[in-house]
Structures are given as C-alpha cells and as structure tokens.
Design a protein around this ligand. Structure first.
Ligand SMILES: [Zn+2]
Length: 618
C-alpha cells in the first residue's frame, strides 16, 4: 500500500505565532456566549521547561463548583496523584473577576461560582516524568496525556471538550487522533473520557502514512535519528495492521489511527481507541532482538484496539479517575494480547518460526523462574495490579506473578488444548472473535471468556481454564509443545544449540542490583540457598569461601563451586560485616529453548503452520 511522507491529510495542526499568544493572554473569558462545551488552552511558559500553562473554561450552574484532577489514567493501573504536579491554580468568573477557590482534598478544589455561568481556571502543571502514562513539556518535544493535565468538573465531564495549543514554530507541530474542530484551529473530544483517551504529541517529527482497506493510519516518529529507518518501520507496521485486521475480521476504527512513537530511550506503550503512545530506544532498530521487541509492542498496542478498548471488562466501563477500579481480567486484556502479539508477528511473516519459539521459550522461562506463581493465582494478581505489578519491590518475584507473562502462557496452553480437542477445527482465535461478537458493545463479566471457551472448546477446556485462573496449578507447557512435536529444554545449553551435558553452575538464588560497583542483592528468591542462608535485599556480598567476589569474577567463581556445596558468604549489611553459611543451588540457565522432538513429522509441520501462519521449516 501507499507509503509516503505525511502530506497534511490528517489531523495535524500548525503553530500559532507568539503574537497570537499575546492576544490570547489579554482576552477576557468568552464564556457566556460559548456553546455547551468545556475548552482547554495549553501554552508553554517562555522561561521554564517541564511546565504546561492551562486555561480551562467550564459552563457552571451551581453556586459552588468542584474541580477534580485525576489520580490515574486508564490502561496504567497505578495511583499517580497527578494533582501533586499542579504548581499554581486560580479562578475567574465570566466577567474576569476573581472568585474564591479552596483546596478541599488532595485531588479536589471548591470554587464559589455564585451567579456566573462560566468558570475560568488558570493552572500550571509540572511534568516530572516522561513515560507513556504521564505528560512531558520540553522545547525538544512534548507529550500531553489528558488525565495528567486537564481538570474536570463532575457536571461537565459528559460535555464536548475543546483543546487549543499555543506554540511557536520552533516546537514544531502537534499531532493527535482527536478530531479537529470545525474552525480548524483546535481539537474536540466528545467528552472528558475521549479527551483522556487522546494523547497529543508536540514535536518536529517525520510522519508516515498508509491506507489499508480504506482505513488510514499514521506513524509519527518523534526523535527519529540516523539509527531509525522510518520507511522500513512503517512498512512493518502496515504488515502488523493488515494481519491484525485479518484476525478480527471487523474494523472498529472510525477515523485515522495514530502510532505516536517516541524514539527517546524510553520504553513501553499505552493503548487508546484511535492511537497508541509507544516509547523505544534510540538505537532499537539496529539490533534484531530489540527491533523485534518494538514490532511486538506495535502488535500488542494495536491488538488492544479490540481487546480492551472495544471489548472491555465490566469493571473498566465507566472510568472513576479518582479511585482504583479492580478487575480480575487483566490476564485476558493484557496476557492474551501478549500471546497474540508474537503470533501476529509470525503470521505477518515479520519473525521466523525460530524467533517465535525463542519468544515463547522466554515467556515460559520467565513464568517458571518466578516463585510467586506458586503463591498467587493470576486472577488475584490482576486484582492486585495496583499494589503489586505497578509497585514492584524486593519481594515481588516471590509474592506475585505477571498477568502478562502467565496470561500469555495460558493462551498458548489453552489454544493448543482447543486445537487438539477439536482436531484442529477450532482454536483460541475463534474464542477471541466470539468474545468480540458478544462483548464489543456490552462489557464482559468475570466468567464470560470461560463460557465462550466451553462453547467452542468443550467443557474440559473450560475446566482447564478455570483451574489455570483461580489456582496456582502450573500450565502444562510440555504437553502443549508435544502436540506440535516440540519439547522444552530447561537444562544447560551447549554452544551448538543441542541439549547436552554442559558443566553445572552453582547459584546463590538472588537477583543483583544494577548501578552498584559491588554485588548488592536486589531480591532473594524463595526456596533458594540464598533464602535459607538468610540473605536479604540490600546485602552487599564481599566474598564467597575465601575468595573475593566481584562482578568480574562472579561467573567464573560460580562455576568453580559445585551446586550443593556448602560454603560461607562474607556480607556487608548496613555497614556491619557478617558471615553466613550457604548451600549453593544449581543455577537455572538464563534461557530455555524449544527443540524438535525425534519423530517430528508432516503432521507436526501442518499443526505448526496453522498456528504460526508459516511453514516452520523456514
Ligand atoms: Zn497491553
């Protein structure tokens, strides 16, 4: 399909000269004649970085009006207390006279709006963090995520929300999936939810567009540099889009979809109805594994258009921006999306079958090396996203399991189970499409997917799913792999890639802190020698046996000691030197690998081809 440099066909806006800013600042509120909408104008102070100046105008009808700043943003389950970033706030009535405003809680203000029909609020928002869930104001580029920037009132959150941005041309242009206003000068979201769901990028950045089956798409590469090939990236994005649309067979998009890609040495992505914000490394495209990670991110975020944006757990239907909203279904929303992002890449021919198997082995390795999988069922891990997944600490690996990782492995095991039970006539793909058919307009309850699984895969498949979600039973990956003539090698791997008898390495059972010259314990894994020896996070390990232990000789020393051997550790704990006795473990390899079983035959090839969308021998 057509791939071209951006030609101004989409919702991109130019800059307003500084003179316009000056005029704007002297204008009195225009409120009384305004239509029933909320309007927000953003500008940048000339003398500071990391700050947005916001003027919001709200229609009001009560003598007292409450203003609120969200505490979190959908898709990222963490209380972020965005109100903490408001430096200054003041209020005016429609005629420009000051009105009394007082803070009543961490995220609320009360304003005496008296007789006025419009409340004008001027506030200054500091942007301390640059990530996909927050906002960032700088000369080089800016990102506006609505929940962290815009105030709302409960009475006006259903009204259209207009946004104007006042910038000088040195900052570039602004880009968003939000529809343009009729006058062409700003954007207009149909309500506060859509405003929050419509991130805005401000930057000088190349834009690439393509059309797939009459649907328009745009890739914005903020920070594109000599290490990033924008033309190649957009070609690959188009393959992902085509494969994902083919998967779902129905296109819910109502206007151009934007991939807002920030090549700024950040990471992560956040999904929206008509866009996604992604962050990536500046040299990410120069390393094959890193680039596959980025493609996986694209596939993941785009899959979310269906799975979580349009087909949503009931608990996330009406957003409460002030409080946590709990769902046990993030293993479906995130985990199954993670299962499919790799499959979409394979089916689009962007990764080889071998690369797919490496990614699958990686997920299984991550699951099986996390002791917390034996403590917390994945549905509970989902409910605890707010206090565990998004707030990791030294005990996280022991106390919880990632619903991304376990959800993806459950996806593989369940998919295989359905394929096997139906003699390859049905698969998890059918389950997902049926879910979409049933729940794209009405949100789904906690038992919805299990019922669809029973419907498509049979009662036993439903029971398997139930036990994988509500207990800590381990997903049987070995049986699943066996169905395709494959096996997992959990042991040491020789350089040749064949399973074999590599020398065993011993291990302390800890993770190390980065960024310290010495070996500082970050986390101690349950059930290991380190745990029994009494190590705790923060311990600096100085020596093992009579040998000084350093980052440089860690690996060779661990190979010199035999697993099972008892020895001593010299430890510095809060500057006190102590000696601990440890029985060393067998080191688990850094990775597992998936291999062909003997007897791998044509039937296995056919099964893998149906799963991967390509001949596994390629
Ligand atoms: Zn996701």
């Amino acid at each position: 399909m057509l791939i071209a440099r951006y030609r101004g066909r989409f919702h991109k806006r130019g800059w307003l000269p500084l003179a316009a800013l000056a005029v704007f600042l002297y204008l009195l509120p225009q409120a009384s004649k305004a239509a029933a909408e909320v309007s927000h104008t953003i500008s940048f102070p000339g003398d500071r970085e990391q700050v947005f100046l916001v003027r919001s105008e709200f229609p009001v009808s009560a003598p007292v009006t409450e203003l609120l700043m969200p505490n979190w943003t959908p898709g990222s389950y963490l209380i972020r207390d965005f109100a903490a970033n408001i430096n200054r706030i003041s209020a005016l009535s429609a005629d420009g006279s000051g009105v009394s405003l007082r803070k009543i809680s961490k995220d609320r203000w009360q304003v005496d709006t008296g007789e006025t029909d419009t409340l004008v609020v001027d506030y200054e928002v500091f942007t301390p963090d640059l990530n996909v869930s927050t906002s960032w104001a700088s000369q080089l580029f800016s990102l506006i995520n609505g929940a962290s920037v815009f105030l709302y009132t409960p009475q006006t959150s259903d009204l259209p929300q207009r946004v104007d941005i006042v910038i000088d041309k040195d900052r570039g242009e602004y880009f968003t999936a939000m529809p343009a206003t009729v006058d062409g000068n700003g954007f207009r979201a149909k309500d506060y939810d859509e405003l929050v769901d419509s991130p805005i990028a401000v930057a000088k950045a190349p834009v690439y567009q393509f059309v797939h089956q009459s649907q328009e798409y745009v890739l914005l590469n903020v920070g594109e540099n000599e290490f990033w090939d924008g033309e190649q990236a957009v070609r690959d994005v188009e393959e992902i889009v085509a494969e994902t649309q083919k998967f779902w067979r129905i296109n819910p998009l109502e206007r151009p979809y934007w991939f807002l890609n920030f090549i700024i040495d950040g990471k992560g992505g956040l999904e929206h109805d008509h866009s996604t914000v992604m962050m990536t490394g500046r040299r990410q495209m120069r390393n094959r594994n890193d680039y596959v990670n980025w493609l996986g991110l694209v596939a993941h975020e785009f899959f979310h258009v269906w799975n979580v944006r349009n087909m949503r757990p009931a608990a996330l239907t009406n957003y409460d921006y002030q409080n946590e909203q709990y769902t046990s279904q993030l293993w479906l929303a995130e985990g199954l999306t993670s299962y499919y992002d790799n499959l979409i890449m394979s089916r689009a021919g962007l990764i080889t079958p071998k690369e797919y198997m490496e990614l699958l082995a990686k997920s299984i390795h991550r699951l099986e090396t996390t002791p917390g999988r034996l403590l917390r069922p994945v549905e509970e891990a989902s409910l605890d996203a707010w206090i565990r997944h998004y707030q990791p600490n030294a005990n996280s690996l022991n106390s919880t399991i990632s619903y991304y990782t376990k959800g993806a492995v459950i996806g593989f095991v369940l998919d295989t189970y359905i394929r096997k039970a139906s003699k390859d006539r049905r698969s998890l793909d059918d389950v997902m499409r049926k879910m979409y058919e049933l729940y794209s307009s009405d949100p789904y309850g906690n038992d919805a997917l299990r019922k669809v699984v029973v419907d498509i895969g049979g009662e036993d498949a439903g029971q398997l799913l139930q036990s994988l979600l509500t207990t800590t039973a381990e997903p049987d990956v070995d049986s699943a792999l066996d169905y395709y003539g494959l096996q997992l090698n959990r042991g040491a791997i020789l350089v040749t890639g064949e399973p074999g008898e590599a020398p065993l390495t011993s291990d302390l059972g800890v993770l190390w802190e980065d960024g310290h010259p010495g070996l500082v314990v970050k986390a101690v894994l349950n059930g290991t020698g380190g745990s029994s020896a009494g190590l705790i996070s923060g311990d600096e390990i100085l020596a093992i046996g009579n040998e000084r232990l350093t980052r440089d000789n860690l690996e060779s020393l661990m190979t010199s000691f035999s697993p099972g051997e008892q020895t001593t550790l010299l430890v510095s704990r809060r500057d006190r030197i102590m000696e601990l006795t440890i029985k060393l473990d067998v080191a688990i390899p850094d990775q597992f690998s998936i291999l062909l079983k003997s007897g791998f035959d044509k039937r296995d090839i056919a099964r893998l081809e149906r799963l991967l969308g390509q001949d596994p021998r390629e």
